[in-house]
Design a protein around this ligand. Structure first.
Ligand SMILES: O=C(O)c1c[nH]c2c(Br)cccc2c1=O
Length: 459
């Protein structure tokens, strides 16, 4: 069998893009060789001799999480950053009480309906530090039968003394990471901010795209959410002429209430940001094809997990009914090239592919679903951006990887490598068929049985 097998071998083979999918059980092994890692690979001693770690996430199964660390690292200090309140917070803290090395940081969520979606690892070693930005909850079910994504940083060496300027990357990674962590205003994160100060992150080639709850105005308006993406595309995006006919692509696993018409937010404010090109965001939005990838009911029914996969694709009938216009943009989840057509997406990605899908002007992998809570909504005549949730993603531009023009892409596992961008799904996209319906998680599905012969009867 071809290709690397050890965690450090797979990691090296995935350079310099360092964009990996999680390994999937139940598919041919060849699809789990290149550009795939599992949580134990990330935490392996081959990646570094861990001395402390921090896990930002939404959901945690603490006993399972502890078992993902190699035995010799299970006593190292571990900070869990979450957004739970009340009983959920008490229950998580009770789970952690069994482990003397676990501490908690509750992210403040001042805006109603906000959640702490961000999924990030800080891994401190005896010889440096690594940052992982990903899409998986810290629970068994998120890691082995779904399509999930991750960016794993290079090993950032330690600086001789802390600095906010030394160790900066061409993409401003250190400054932006410090600003994001600073937004929590949490004393429990002070040590980790110090660790970031103390490390040389100059080898990072991706941009941070984060969201944090609040009303961001003035120059802060472009520091988070879709306005952050708009600013980065304005400064570093593709030439207008190159992408004139190229679609904007969105792929996600949940949808929020986007307004009564496509002009309410999706095809105005949000699309305006994602369609931004170098030097301007004033592009004729009517000419931009918007392609959204979201699993059909049958994609879920025939998936590896069957209907239960839909338990992590929380699209509610009440939300769907309010926005039938959304369904005109929908495309199926297809990942034949990566062997993941039946591994339902929990990854969230956005990008600007060519009509053929063979080229890519930029690519974002993030925790952010298609919602105003995650991306932000303008208020007060566009003078401020209101965001409800914490989100985090990393943005890839070709020029920061010495690629002229656009990335060449592949979703064919046999042609991964050599600077080609390893897509998680097949491009060009496949429209919903005539009878296709988007997956809805809170209605019964009893016409046909799923992979395991079961029906879906939500409570
Ligand atoms: O950020 C995430 O990862 C998620 C956020 N909300 C969820 C709900 Br609500 C129900 C089931 C799964 C998820 C989920 O996976």
């Amino acid at each position: 069998a071809r290709g690397p097998v050890t965690p450090s071998g797979v990691y090296k083979a995935g350079q310099p893009l360092s964009f990996f999918l999680t390994k999937v059980h139940g598919i041919e092994n060849k699809y789990n060789r290149f550009c795939t890692m599992d949580v134990k690979d990330i935490l392996s001693p081959e990646m570094g001799n861990l001395t402390a770690s921090c896990q930002f996430n939404y959901m945690f199964e603490v006993p399972w999480l502890m078992k993902q660390y190699p035995q010799q690292f299970r006593s190292k200090p571990l900070l869990l950053v979450h957004g739970f309140k009340g009983a959920n917070k008490a229950s998580l803290e009770a789970d952690g009480a069994a482990y003397s090395n676990i501490r908690f940081c509750q992210a403040r969520l001042d805006m109603p309906y906000g959640t702490h979606h961000t999924k990030m690892m800080f891994l401190l070693y005896d010889n440096g530090m690594r940052v992982v930005v990903h899409t998986s909850n810290m629970m068994e079910h998120d890691w082995f039968q779904k399509t999930q994504g991750m960016w794993i940083s290079p090993l950032f060496p330690k600086l001789s003394k802390p600095s906010s300027t030394l160790g900066e990357s061409p993409t401003g990674f250190k400054r932006d990471l410090l600003e994001y962590v600073g937004a929590y205003q949490a004393y429990q994160l002070k040590d980790w901010k110090d660790h970031i100060f103390h490390h040389d992150m100059s080898s990072a080639r991706v941009f941070i795209v984060g969201s944090c709850p609040g009303r961001h105005a003035g120059d802060k308006k472009s520091h988070f959410g879709h306005m952050r993406l708009r600013r980065l595309l304005h400064d570093h995006g593709p030439e207008k002429e190159l992408v004139r006919t190229w679609p904007v692509l969105g792929q996600y696993s949940s949808v929020g209430t986007l307004g009564p018409a496509k002009e309410s937010w999706l095809c105005t404010e949000w699309l305006q940001s994602l369609a931004t090109v170098k030097g301007t965001s004033c592009v004729p939005l009517m000419t931009i094809p918007l392609q959204l990838i979201f699993p059909t009911k049958d994609d879920v029914r025939t998936s590896l997990e069957g209907y239960p996969a839909g338990g992590s694709i929380p699209y509610s009938i009440h939300v769907a009914r309010k926005q039938p216009y959304l369904h005109t943009f929908l495309h199926q989840w297809r990942s034949e090239g990566r062997g993941r057509s039946r591994a339902m997406p929990h990854i969230k990605t956005y990008g600007r592919p060519s009509p053929s899908g063979k080229e890519l002007a930029w690519f974002l992998v993030t925790s952010a679903n298609l919602s105003k809570a995650a991306w932000g909504a303008m208020e007060k005549k566009g003078s401020q951006l209101m965001i409800r949730s914490y989100e985090l993603g990393v943005l890839f531009f070709p020029k920061f990887f010495e690629v002229k023009g656009a990335f060449r892409t592949t979703s064919d596992v046999d042609s991964i490598g050599g600077g080609v961008f390893p897509l998680p799904y097949d491009l060009p996209v496949t429209r919903y068929s005539k009878g296709d319906k988007p997956w809805i998680w809170d209605i019964a599905h009893k016409e046909l049985p799923d992979t395991n012969g079961n029906m879906w009867c939500p409570p």
